[in-house]
Every structure is written in structure tokens, then in C-alpha cells.
Write a protein that binds this ligand. Structure first.
Ligand code: F6P
Length: 546
């Protein structure tokens, strides 16, 4: 009935958990001055220090053995070589081919996909450069300087995160906007500020059937046509999609369509035509650098032994907490304002990929799969949820991400920022004993009575794990590396849990029910049979809106 991994290495890890559960990281550090050297790994300018984790050599050995037993090497090759690893949808998974700058052939159904990928990249280069240079203008001849991406999920989160992350590379006269939510406010708030003559709409949808995107696109189309007439559409709307037929039906000229393919999953698509807004904002050469960075991580992932393989190590450590400590949550804290949307992006990447309960053998999983991911930019979040990270009843593994050099080296801001990230991971690891807390209170002149009253409140259990990822600077290449690192981490975990990380049937049920409820809210249909809670809510809304 159950079908996940409970093999030899898994059993060994269960034993190791019992053996080492009480081990304190600060003791491990005290006993091994080379611990950080041993448990850190780098790729070019990226350093990943994973020494502040509840691990030791026995544990790491068993984790690598688990990866071997799950045939991870083979599974990595399967992905890169175009095998149909997305079994439920019978598709290959080839976001890595989109950044295959070596241009080696990659076959799907016996056909090399590289020529079509390269052709679309060339078309993206031509178009984005034409917009940036003012050669492709709006209907009235004005330069298109407001670029609006209309998409949702993978057709929004990747481009949005990356465009914002690379803001210091934007062309000076170009502004980017994103409309994703079906909430009319999302459209209204963007359109209110724009001049239609200078606005380019990018309708980004893999399927071109997503109700949010199509509704938003229709609203934007009407706004444009009301101002400039029907003929303006050809100069102000482009589509990024796999579905030519639906694009044409919507009224977008196929010449203005940038294609991608079913072997590119939505949440893995910012490297494809879906990245058009990134290209227009930062220029195609920079977009190519982002692909090159991702490609560097791809090669590292594919060819490096597991003991030095960044995505593999991060995946195994995450799994260690998820499945052996039963800690089903983790957070990602970028200490860089430009990376503030990274956690939002990673939420889809991780949770839509690995929030699954059925194995690849069509059985119910017998272990926890994808954890809950949350996060936000440091230091902001130090003043919100960090209290729980430090003193909550359960620990939350954290990834801290920071560039050593800021794009805005103003005064000592960046040094303060870096001091904070380092202090947080140190504090989480070390904690503060009750004795230390009492001693500190004493030194600050507190009475014995006050010390007794406060010493527990001011102590920290410590032993709370984190990874620290130091980058050089948030440039296109580095961003590419970072995002690819997380993509591969998610894949490794999916392999070990024996689930398909590339479908997302879980989002469908709610979508279908919404289609049934819509006519009941519009008054086109009587309120049908629902559970009494849903019925009560529909009736209440209808009464208010009457
Ligand atoms: O939320 C489900 C989903 O299918 C995502 O996987 C996808 O990224 C998003 O919807 C948008 O889909 P599309 O690009 O087809 O509009």
C-alpha cells in the first residue's frame, strides 16, 4: 500500500536520529575547529556553509547512502537527458535545456529540442532589443516604456522575482508591472498609472486557459481598445504560451507569440519565453548571463559527487529535519532588498512541486513530503517572526542568503546588514543558557529578585539549525545560479520521496468548484447543493451585494 523510501539507509538514519538527537551543535563546534571548513562547499563565488546543522559524519554518510539507494545519479541523468520523468503527464522535464549554453543535443521523442529553443531565444533577443531601442513602438509611434506582465503562478512569480531582483540592471526609461490576481484591484492599480500609448502587455500563460490571466488580459485589452481602437492590439499585446490555438482565439497575432513547450513546467519557466519581461527590463545579454549562471549550477549538480554537491547536500539536510526530526517547515531569509520576493517564488517552486501524497508507483506515501516554506527579507523579518525562530517551542530550519557586495553601498548599511545575518545564525546555533542569562543580568546590575524573574525569559535553547549562502553580488549570473540551486534541491527531495515533483493536480479541485459557484454569485443559477457552510456564505454574499 505504502510506497516511499524506507530502505536500509532510511533505517540507519532513524537509528542515528535516536543516537544523536540530543547532540548540541555548540559542542560539535567546540570539539572540531575545522567543522566549518568541512561542512561548507562552494561554487565559483557562492559559498554554502552548512556547518550550523545538527549533523555529523555518520549522519552525512547515511544521507549520502540514502541518495545512492534511491538511485539519485540515475534520476539526475534521466532529467537532463529528456526522459519522461513527469510520469503522470507523460512529459520530459527540461528547464535545464533552456539554459544549455553548450548547445549539446537534448532529445525528446527522438528529436533534438535545442534548435527550437535557440530559435525562440533569438526571437526574444530581437523583440526585446527592438522594444528597448524604440524600434518596435506602440500604435501611435511612441516608445513602449511600461511593460505589464499578465500571468499567474509560474507565469508570474519567476519573472516577478527575477525582474525585481535585477532592478539595478533595468533600462532607465523602462518600468515593469505585474498583474496576477483576479482581484480587479490588481488591474485597476496598475492601469490607473499608465498611458496606453506607451504600454506593452505581455500575456504569459503556458496553457492560455487560466481564468485569472485571461480575465485580466481581457480587461487590459478593453482598456487599450477604448483608448486607441481595435487596431492597436497588434502593437500592444504579445503572448507567451504553449497554446497557439488559444492565443489566436484571444486575438493575438501568432507573430507576436513566443512559444515554449510542454517539457517546461510552469514554475520552472522563467528561463523560457516566460522570461520576456526580464529580457526587456535588463536586456537580452544580461538575460543570457542569468541562463549561464543557471547552467553553471546545472553542470555542478549533474557532474559533482554528492559529498560536494550543493543542491544534493541542501536537499538531504532538509530531508533530515523533515523526516527524522518531523519538522515540516523551513524558512528562507534573503538579506537583500532586491531578493525580497525570493521566498514567494520558492513557495510555489517547493510546495507545488513536493506537496504530494502519492508515490510514482501509485501508492500512498509513508513519510512526510514537502515542508511548509515561508520567509521574507532580513532584517525586516527579524522584527516579526524571528521571536518564534529563537524562542518558539519548535525549531525552524533556516536558509540565510546574502551578497557580500550590495548594489547600494551607502554608508555602512551593508555592513550592518551582514553583521545581522551572521549574528542571527550564530545566536540560533549557540543560544544562551539560563546560567549565562543570569550572569548577564547580574552584570547589568539587576537584583537577585529581578534575575530570578527574568533569567528564563532571557535564555535561548539554541541548537537551531541554518544554512548560510553567501553570494558575491546579486547580478544576473548569480541569480541564475541561486534559483537553479533551489530547483535542483527540490528535485532531489522529490526523488527520495519517490514522488512526481512536476505535476500539480492539487490546484485543480478548487478551480473547478469555483466555476460552479460563479453562476450562483452572478445570479445566473440557483444556489445548488453545497455543504451548509458554503451555502450560508454564498447566500450571505448575495444578500449584501443585492
Ligand atoms: O496553479 C496552477 C498552475 O497550473 C501553475 O502550475 C502555473 O504556474 C499556473 O497555474 C499558471 O498557469 P498558466 O501559465 O497555464 O496560466
Amino acid at each position: 500500500m505504502f510506497g516511499s523510501r524506507k530502505n536500509k539507509a532510511w533505517n540507519e538514519l532513524e537509528k542515528l536520529y535516536k543516537k544523536y538527537e540530543q547532540e548540541q551543535m555548540k559542542d560539535l563546534f567546540a570539539n572540531d575547529k575545522k567543522r566549518a571548513e568541512k561542512y561548507s562547499v562552494s561554487l565559483e563565488n557562492m559559498l554554502v556553509d552548512y556547518s550550523k546543522n545538527r549533523i555529523n559524519d555518520d549522519i552525512m554518510k547515511a544521507l549520502f547512502a540514502l541518495a545512492d539507494e534511491c538511485k539519485l545519479h540515475e534520476k539526475i541523468e534521466d532529467m537532463f537527458s529528456g526522459k519522461k520523468i513527469n510520469k503522470t503527464e507523460n512529459r520530459a522535464v527540461l528547464h535545464t535545456a533552456l539554459r544549455n549554453i553548450q548547445n549539446t543535443p537534448v532529445y525528446v521523442n527522438g528529436r533534438d529540442v535545442m534548435p527550437q529553443i535557440n530559435a525562440v531565444l533569438q526571437k526574444m533577443r530581437d523583440f526585446s532589443e527592438a522594444v528597448r531601442l524604440g524600434k518596435f513602438t506602440g500604435h501611435t509611434g511612441k516608445k513602449l516604456t511600461n511593460i505589464v506582465n499578465i500571468g499567474i503562478g509560474g507565469s508570474d512569480l519567476g519573472p516577478f522575482m527575477a525582474t525585481e531582483a535585477l532592478k539595478s540592471y533595468w533600462a532607465k526609461d523602462i518600468k515593469c508591472y505585474f498583474i496576477s490576481n483576479i482581484d480587479g484591484t490588481a488591474c485597476a492599480e496598475v492601469l490607473n498609472h499608465l498611458n496606453p500609448e506607451e504600454t506593452l502587455f505581455i500575456v504569459a500563460s503556458k496553457t492560455f486557459t487560466t481564468i485569472e490571466t485571461l480575465t485580466n488580459a481581457k480587461t487590459c485589452r478593453k482598456w487599450l481598445v477604448d483608448a486607441l481602437g481595435e487596431h492597436a492590439v497588434a502593437k500592444h499585446f504579445i503572448a507567451l504560451s504553449t497554446n497557439k490555438e488559444e492565443v489566436e482565439k484571444f486575438g493575438i497575432n501568432p507573430d507576436n507569440m513566443f512559444e515554449f513547450w510542454d517539457f517546461v513546467g510552469g514554475r520552472y519557466s522563467m528561463w523560457s519565453a516566460i522570461g520576456m519581461i526580464i529580457c526587456i527590463a535588463i536586456g537580452f545579454d544580461n538575460f543570457e548571463k542569468m541562463l549561464a549562471g543557471a547552467n553553471a549550477m546545472d553542470r555542478h549538480f549533474r557532474y559533482t559527487d554528492f559529498e560536494h554537491n550543493i543542491p544534493v547536500i541542501l536537499a538531504l539536510i532538509g530531508l533530515w529535519y523533515n523526516n527524522f526530526y518531523n519538522v515540516h517547515r523551513y524558512c528562507v531569509i534573503p538579506y537583500d532588498q532586491y531578493l525580497k520576493y525570493l521566498p514567494n517564488y520558492l513557495q510555489q517552486l517547493d510546495m507545488e512541486s513536493n506537496g504530494k501524497s502519492i508515490t510514482l508507483d501509485n501508492k500512498k506515501v509513508n513519510c512526510a513530503t514537502g515542508p511548509v516554506l515561508f520567509g521574507g527579507a532580513g532584517t525586516d523579518v527579524q522584527h516579526s517572526f524571528f521571536q518564534l525562530l529563537h524562542q518558539g517551542t519548535e525549531f525552524v530550519p533556516a536558509d540565510f542568503v546574502i551578497p557580500a557586495i550590495s548594489h547600494n553601498e551607502i554608508g555602512n548599511h551593508h555592513l550592518i546588514l551582514m553583521a545581522n545575518i551572521l549574528a542571527q545564525s550564530e545566536a540560533l546555533m549557540k543560544g544562551k543558557t539560563v546560567e549565562e542569562s543570569a550572569e548577564e543580568l547580574k552584570k547589568s546590575g539587576k537584583s537577585d529578585e529581578e534575575i530570578e524573574k527574568l533569567k528564563y525569559y532571557k535564555s535561548f535553547s539554541g541548537n537551531r539549525p541554518s544554512n548560510t549562502i553567501i553570494l558575491r553580488k546579486i547580478d544576473p549570473y548569480t541569480l541564475g545560479m541561486l534559483v537553479a540551486m533551489y530547483e535542483h534541491k527540490v528535485y532531489v527531495q522529490g526523488v527520495i520521496w519517490n514522488i512526481n515533483s512536476f505535476d500539480q493536480f492539487g490546484v485543480e479541485l478548487g478551480k473547478k468548484l469555483a466555476l460552479n459557484i460563479l453562476p450562483e454569485l452572478e445570479g445566473r443559477a440557483a444556489v445548488a447543493e453545497h455543504d451548509c457552510s458554503t451555502k450560508l456564505l454564498i447566500n450571505h454574499i448575495n444578500k449584501i451585494r443585492k
